[in-house]
Design a protein around this ligand. Structure first.
Ligand SMILES: CCCCCCCCCCCCCCCC(=O)SCCNC(=O)CCNC(=O)[C@H](O)C(C)(C)COP(=O)(O)OP(=O)(O)OC[C@H]1O[C@@H](n2cnc3c(N)ncnc32)[C@H](O)[C@@H]1OP(=O)(O)O
Length: 206
């Protein structure tokens, strides 16, 4: 079941990439759109949820997560390193490959996606350090082009903690060079720690 969803999401990512890249006759796009509509109707028949209405998909992040969910076609996905690969200094290591659909300025990844990756990385670092929280502040520095189409190395770590505030930092590297970095403040929220497998906490919950 899970495998099937991951395969479907991978196909949809391919579809998104090709939709962005391919040019062709109107008739080709019309035929493709009709076929996609047929696929949409298969999935629509399996749910009562209205598209776009928050349903709460559970916590911690899983197969449907926006950044690392293999079953979420919007997720690149970001592959979080096995805890054993995180290094003695408590770093979280992740790999992520963006595509043409993530392009911002020509030939480089969109800065919003870069920030999203860094946001997720600091969130992961805080959680791994035992202080899961929500980002209240994220400062991103864009040092050079972050490419797409190649695996990006993402590193993050908790730097400090003061009460409920957790300070973390993260970088994206390619060919050993930092393309973007971030510092962040997160605020620990009890609901995150308490609901490891339950309902996703709502805004402002604690
Ligand atoms: C164990 C199992 C779990 C496993 C788990 C795995 C997790 C695996 C992670 C995956 C990674 C996900 C990564 C997603 C990352 C997002 O996307 S998080 C979503 C985006 N962020 C948000 O939606 C947060 C929006 N903000 C809020 O909802 C509320 O600010 C919060 C977080 C509930 C805090 O509100 P509050 O409890 O009223 O706290 P408040 O008193 O206002 O502030 C607390 C402290 O923070 C400070 N603060 C507040 N805002 C700021 C700011 N902007 N700048 C600096 N300081 C600030 C305050 O000054 C205060 O400081 P002190 O007075 O204590 O010194």
């Amino acid at each position: 079941m899970l495998e099937g969803k991951a395969i479907l999401a991978a196909r949809i990512r391919e579809l998104i990439e090709l939709t962005v890249l391919v040019d062709g006759p109107e008739s080709m796009f019309a035929e493709a759109a009709d076929r996609v509509a047929a696929v949409v109707s298969i999935l629509r028949a399996a749910t009562d949820s209205e598209p776009g209405v928050p349903a709460g998909r559970g916590w911690p992040p899983g197969v449907d997560d926006a950044l690392e969910g293999v079953g979420n076609p919007l997720a690149p996905p970001m592959i979080i390193g096995h805890p054993g690969e995180s290094g003695a200094d408590g770093e979280v290591a992740a790999l992520v490959t963006l595509g043409s659909a993530h392009e911002g300025a020509p030939g480089r990844a969109h800065g919003g996606w870069v920030a999203a990756i860094l946001d997720h990385a600091v969130g992961r670092a805080a959680a791994q350090a035992g202080s899961p929280g929500m980002t209240v502040s994220l400062t991103v520095d864009y040092h050079r082009a972050t490419p797409y189409g190649v695996p990006l190395d993402v590193r993050s770590r908790r730097v400090d903690q003061a009460g409920r505030k957790v300070f973390a930092s993260a970088e994206i590297l390619t060919d050993g060079q930092v393309t973007a970095s971030a510092t962040a403040t997160l605020v620990t929220v009890r609901a995150l720690a308490n609901k490891a497998g339950g309902e996703r906490p709502g805004p402002g919950s604690d």
